[in-house]
Each structure stands twice: as C-alpha cells, then as structure tokens.
Design a protein around this ligand. Structure first.
Ligand code: SAM
Ligand code: SF4
Length: 319
C-alpha cells in the first residue's frame, strides 16, 4: 500500500460476499471521489455548478482506502473511480494505485471527461488501471463546447490516442442528445473502423442537470434501430451483469454498444453499489442514499460495525 496513506485495511469477520434479498451478488463498486467538475455538461449539471459538497465532508484518501478495502474484503472485484470529474481530485492516482495494490487485486477502472487524462496517463498505467471510460459527446469542437459549456475539446479528443498508446483498454461513451448530436452517431461508429475501442451510445436520462424535463429524448431501442439500419451488427457475448449491449461491426476493428440507462432493462442482474463523495452508500441509483460511511468512520466505527451497516442497507435493496 502507498505509504502516503496510513490506514491499512483491517480484518473483517464476515463471509466474503454481498448478496441482496433478490439473490444478486454485488461485486462492483462505483466510488465517486469528488462531486466537482471542470465541465458543465448541459444534461448533468447547471452552468453555475452545483452546491459543492464542503471539502471537510468529502472522504479523505485514507477513508476511501478503508472503504475500498472493506468492500473488496466483502467480495467486490471491480472498483470504478468516478465523480464529478475524478481527475480534478488531487492525489487520486495514488489512491487508485493503493486500491489496486490490495491483496485481492481488484480491477481498478476510471470514468473521466478526458480533459486532463493525457497528463495522467503514464501514472494511471503505472497505478495498474485496467480500462478507461472516456465521455465524449461530439467530435466537433463547436458542438462539444456547446454541450460542455467549456473549452478544451482538442485535449479530450487527443486523449483517445494517449490511452491507446499507453496500451490501456478504452470505451468512449456518448450521451445521445436528439437534435444536438444524434446525427454524429455514424461518425462515432466510424472511429471504431480502425481503432480497437468500444463506442457506446447512452440513452439520456430525460432530465437536464437543473432538474428540468428534456424536451426531446431517445430510447436505447431507437438508437439500436438506427445502428442496425446502417451496419451489420453481431452481438458480443457479455457478462451477465453488463449494463450494455455490445456488437461487433462487420469489417471494423472496434465495437459499438448501447446503454439503456433510463429504460432500466438490467435491474434484474445489477451487481453495482455506489458510494458518493460524502461516503454515502447507495445500493440503487434510483433509491435514496443510505448509511454515511464517512460519518461512521469519524465517529470511531470499527470495521465490523461498518460491515453491519453496509449489510443493513443491502437488506433493503430495491427489486
Ligand atoms: N465526469 C466524468 C465523466 O463525464 O465521464 C465521470 C462522471 S459522469 C457523471 C459519468 C457518466 O454519466 C458520463 O458518461 C456522463 O455522460 C453520464 N451522464 C451524466 N448525466 C447523464 C444523463 N442525464 N443521462 C445519461 N448519462 C449521463
Ligand atoms: Fe462533469 Fe462528467 Fe457531469 Fe460532464 S458528465 S458535467 S464531465 S461530471
């Protein structure tokens, strides 16, 4: 473990699996390391930003490591580092390296907007990061700036090459916004002609970042129909708990996929847990947040007490 972090994982006296009342094994943790972001994607947050979580309420690196280590002891095998924008958090690559160095060697994954990815790519590789999900909603600078309300397209676009040169796996995620970027779907598919990447088209949640209902939306099914009308797609066998439908395209090096996030077609096989930047556990994206692990740790909770609280929330997980 990185010597910068003092709290080494402690023993947990519980069976090493988390299973919810519906029998779903929970082995995938999405850990939000900050709520802050250097972009303002119109579908995600208001232009002026959010009421950011006060720094003191955010989990420290040590606390994240303790929580990560606990979940890994409880059978979590994949930890996705997310946000806000995870790479704006100072020291995050060291935290990822320490999580990846846990004795159980969990897979460490990253979801990023790519704005500063190239600066960190060597360190991420050295930290043992396996794959990166890059959010990119347009291949046109003007449109990208309109969606994100910020500048910096060239750096994001350039990070695709940087990830591939570093030899890391890459998935590009594009939120499909009807009337704004949906005509670019073929351009994104074209990216996969020569690059060994997966481009995934995400069905938008029909609310914008300020809680207003979007005027136009599109379902994953419609996206898939559009893809099928132009390309010869062959389904790729996926993990049972995968949230995406992935296809190879005849003659192309990469793959394409669709994520039906809003239609919620994958609840019955969902293996995910979420911990937000405050350290609150969420056993379902559509459910209320549960126990605050940061507060418990700061109140002196033992690992067994944290595990009991986690299991308590999971016992009430949604169907
Ligand atoms: N900032 C990082 C990024 O953009 O990749 C990580 C956090 S971001 C919240 C994670 C993912 O959620 C991104 O792929 C983003 O496109 C997606 N997302 C955010 N709001 C969404 C919405 N309203 N509908 C669909 N996807 C959304
Ligand atoms: Fe930031 Fe990611 Fe939200 Fe865009 S989607 S505003 S990059 S957190």
């Amino acid at each position: 473990m990185d010597s910068r972090f003092s709290s080494a994982p402690r023993a947990v006296s519980s069976p090493a699996t988390l299973v919810d009342p519906q029998g779903r094994t929970l082995d995938y943790l999405r850990l939000a390391v900050t709520d802050r972001c250097n972009l303002r994607c119109s579908y995600c947050m208001p232009e002026k930003g959010l009421d950011w979580v006060p720094t003191l309420a955010v989990m420290t690196g040590d606390e994240m490591l303790r929580v990560g280590a606990l979940f890994v002891r409880l059978g979590v095998r994949k930890i996705r580092i997310t946000g806000g924008e995870p790479l704006v958090r100072r020291g995050i690559v060291d935290i990822m390296a320490s999580l990846g160095a846990l004795p159980e060697r969990p897979e460490i994954l990253l979801t990023t907007n790519g704005t500063v990815l190239t600066d960190h790519i060597d360190a991420l590789k050295a930290a043992g990061v396996h794959r990166i999900n890059l959010s990119l909603d347009s291949l046109r600078e003007d449109r990208w700036s309109k969606i994100t309300r910020r500048q910096g397209f060239a750096r994001v676009r350039g990070s695709i090459d940087a990830v591939l040169e570093a030899g890391l796996g890459l998935k590009v995620n594009m939120v499909v916004l009807p009337g704004l970027n949906d005509r670019e779907i073929p351009d994104f598919v074209e990216l996969t002609r020569h690059l060994p990447i997966t481009v995934r088209f995400i069905e938008p949640m029909p609310f914008d970042g300020a809680g207003r209902k979007m005027e136009e939306t599109i379902t994953g099914e419609e996206i898939l129909l559009r893809l099928r009308s132009r390309y010869d797609l062959t389904p790729v066998l996926q993990d049972q708990s995968a949230v995406d439908k992935v296809f190879s395209v005849r003659g192309f090096a990469g793959r394409v996929g669709v994520i039906e996030g809003h239609s919620r077609k994958f609840c019955s096989t969902c293996s995910r847990l979420r911990v937000d930047a405050r350290g609150r556990l969420r056993t379902c994206l559509y459910g209320a947040s549960g126990v605050n692990l940061t507060e418990m740790m700061r109140d002196g909770a033992t690992d067994d007490e944290l595990v009991a609280a986690i299991r308590g929330d999971i016992a009430f997980r949604f169907k």
